[in-house]
Write a protein that binds this ligand. Structure first.
Ligand SMILES: *Cc1c(COP(=O)(O)O)cnc(C)c1O
Ligand code: SF4
Length: 334
């Protein structure tokens, strides 16, 4: 094995990639050789929820195809402006299970911290698109109360870092926060929910691996991949490095109309994930957030898709189809 100190370090390289993410709809359309007729709506929709996509993710898209499944996840569309009955701003009523700002304690044994509102990519279907991250941030003024709360919860043994995307924070910040968590002896597991290792695999660098390797907490990384085309060699390489330091890798997807609502796509996704050392965990039914109704797939269709993939794959490659209900003690199987 090559000693760590001899591995070339490129300080700030993922930050540079993050800073170069495309936020201008015109630039995205022109890089993908798409018609400028898509521009007016893209500009309008991105004024509500900004376009953001790293260049490396754009390179995995097909040029000239407005229906590319990766593009559809990030391109602002006019449909987002339609308001749909039954779709709200806080579909999961999260503001009601927040004992400390930014700390969600809805399920037994585990709490979820929304560390930041920042993401490397803006997914158009995101249920957090209207989330008040500025008020609900446990690291800003509430970190001491967060730690005090956790220290008093007898049953909590797992902390989930979520967001936004927790890996958009620097390793310096993260390792300090994780140090405080690890000092609570009852905590056993640290779970990180992040889309960044897939959309910006450069993030998985030596400095990230170092604090993950060093903490006594068992680390579980739940990535977020919706389509097999998202997994290229850079992603497989990053996952291999995470596994080498003992991280358990799981994936969650959202079932999205026009993106992954075909059995062939879901089968290929599970197989690709396995190739990268990741097991499928959840397949989520879309949360009813305003502006995302055009991505919804009905429950009947969703169930028949999962039945078909169960027929075609080993059980461990079949994700659990779930929906989140605001007042239930866990995700609800469909
Ligand atoms: C999804 C979620 C969790 C984690 O649930 P698991 O079933 O353990 O993956 C925990 N807390 C909240 C608030 C959640 O939304
Ligand atoms: S990365 Fe996750 S939190 Fe961020 S916009 Fe996408 S789905 Fe939402």
């Amino acid at each position: 094995m090559i000693p760590r100190s001899l591995v070339p370090q490129q300080p700030g390289s993922w930050q540079t990639q993050l800073g170069r993410a495309i936020t201008d709809p015109e630039q995205l359309l022109s890089e993908l050789q798409l018609p400028s007729s898509l521009l007016p709506q893209a500009l309008l929709a991105s004024s509500r929820f900004r376009l953001r996509v790293p260049q490396g993710f754009v390179r995995r898209m097909r040029k000239g195809d407005p229906d590319d499944p990766l593009l559809r996840q990030v391109l602002p569309l006019g449909e987002e402006l339609t308001s749909t009955e039954g779709y709200g701003l806080d579909p999961l009523a999260e503001m009601q299970s927040m004992p400390v700002p930014g700390l969600l304690h809805k399920y037994r044994g585990r709490v979820l911290l929304t560390l930041t509102g920042a993401c490397a990519v803006h997914c158009r279907y995101c249920f957090r698109r209207h989330y008040p991250y500025n008020e609900a941030n446990p690291t800003r003024d509430h970190w001491e109360s967060t730690i005090a709360y956790l220290a008093h919860q007898r049953d909590v043994n797992e902390v989930i870092l979520s967001g936004g995307d927790p890996l958009s924070l620097s390793d310096e910040r993260l390792s300090a926060l994780i140090g405080d968590l690890a000092a609570i002896s009852r905590l056993q597991r640290l779970r990180i929910h992040s889309r960044i290792p897939v959309v910006l695999p450069e993030r998985v660098d030596t400095s990230l691996l170092e604090w993950i390797d060093a903490t006594r907490l068992h680390c579980v990384l739940v990535v977020h991949t919706n389509h097999p085309n998202e997994i290229d060699d850079t992603v497989i390489h990053a996952m291999g490095r995470l596994r080498a330091v003992g991280v358990t890798l799981l994936n969650q997807s959202v079932l999205l109309r026009g993106i992954n609502d075909h059995a062939d796509t879901l089968v290929e996704l599970s197989q690709k994930l396995f190739e990268a050392g990741i097991l499928p965990y959840y397949l989520h039914q879309l949360d009813a957030v305003q502006g995302a109704a055009h991505f919804a797939v009905g429950d009947i269709r969703a169930k028949s898709l999962v039945e078909e993939i169960r027929d075609r794959l080993p059980g461990y490659l079949v994700p659990r189809l779930v929906r989140e209900h605001p007042h239930q003690p866990s995700k609800t199987p469909i």
